[in-house]
Design a protein around this ligand. Structure first.
Ligand SMILES: NC(=O)c1ccc[n+]([C@@H]2O[C@H](COP(=O)([O-])OP(=O)(O)OC[C@H]3O[C@@H](n4cnc5c(N)ncnc54)[C@H](OP(=O)(O)O)[C@@H]3O)[C@@H](O)[C@H]2O)c1
Length: 232
């Protein structure tokens, strides 16, 4: 059975993705700062803070030692921050970089070392439609996710000779803890800007990620903004 390592599986997109993959025959190594919130014979949960580089290195080494290989990595753990740019302290920008970008950088590097040895694998990093829309009020988050998108492309270029594909999925708003604090009218205005006349379903986001990590998939170096009308 193929093995996926996913960060941020205690709720939201990461948890829904873990359930989808488990249902379709994958085994999943999940993590978050807290305890597991899902139980399945194919699921293992570890408590890891993805902003802590030594903890990430130790986590990946532990998975590789126990499992021998990692077929897919999904760097999903992340957090958002809504703040007017003029009022955003540097500490918030730094925290956004650590949880969204540095986590993907360190997880990607460690898992890619194993994928190079096994001569193949697929990586998906989570971005957001907030990047192409240059979303006002989210400068620190948008900058961190823009860094994730740039990282994705360089990783795809460097890792292609090793048979490793690297893509990013940037969803529009889906109903999770991350978006529940955003006022409804703001979410509706965002969907209108995206050219989306309805709510985005969790299934649509999960399918986009699952399709990209399928062993039969061939695409690499792409950023897929789910729900965004690409003509905008
Ligand atoms: N929801 C959306 O509409 C949306 C749109 C665009 C992009 N995204 C992106 O999609 C990803 C998932 O978002 P979501 O909406 O599912 O968020 P969520 O519901 O808040 O879940 C975030 C997950 O990440 C984990 N996490 C957060 N900080 C962590 C840390 N330092 N170390 C380890 N795990 C950590 C959380 O667990 P603990 O708190 O227990 O650690 C949780 O499992 C994020 O990268 C987000 O930026 C979401």
């Amino acid at each position: 059975m193929p093995l996926a390592l996913i960060s941020g599986t205690s709720r939201g997109i990461g948890k829904a993705l873990a359930v989808r993959l488990l249902d379709s025959g994958w085994e999943v190594e999940g993590c978050s700062r807290g305890e597991a919130s899902l139980s399945h014979p194919g699921y293992v949960h570890r408590r890891v803070d993805v902003t802590d580089e030594p903890a990430v290195v130790a986590h990946v080494a532990d998975v590789v030692r126990r499992r021998g290989r990692v077929d897919a990595l999904v760097c999903n753990a992340g957090a958002a921050s809504m703040n007017a740019f003029l009022l955003t302290p540097g500490s918030v920008a730094e925290a956004m970089m650590r949880v969204n970008y540095l986590s993907a950088f360190n997880l990607g590097r460690e898992v890619a070392k194993a994928m190079v040895r096994q001569r193949g694998g697929a990586i998906v990093n989570l971005s957001s439609v907030a990047v192409p829309l240059s979303l006002e009020g989210e400068a620190a988050y948008v900058a961190a996710k823009a860094a994730v998108e740039a990282l994705t492309k360089v990783m795809a270029a460097e890792l292609a000779p090793h048979g490793i594909r690297v893509n990013a999925v940037g969803p529009g708003p889906v109903d999770t803890a991350l978006t529940r604090t955003v006022p409804r009218d703001k979410l509706e205005a965002l969907r209108r800007r995206m050219g989306l006349e309805r709510e985005l379903g969790m299934d649509e986001v999960v399918s986009a990620i699952a399709d990209l990590i399928e062993p039969s998939a061939t695409v690499t170096g792409r950023i897929l903004h789910v729900g965004l009308n690409g003509s905008r």
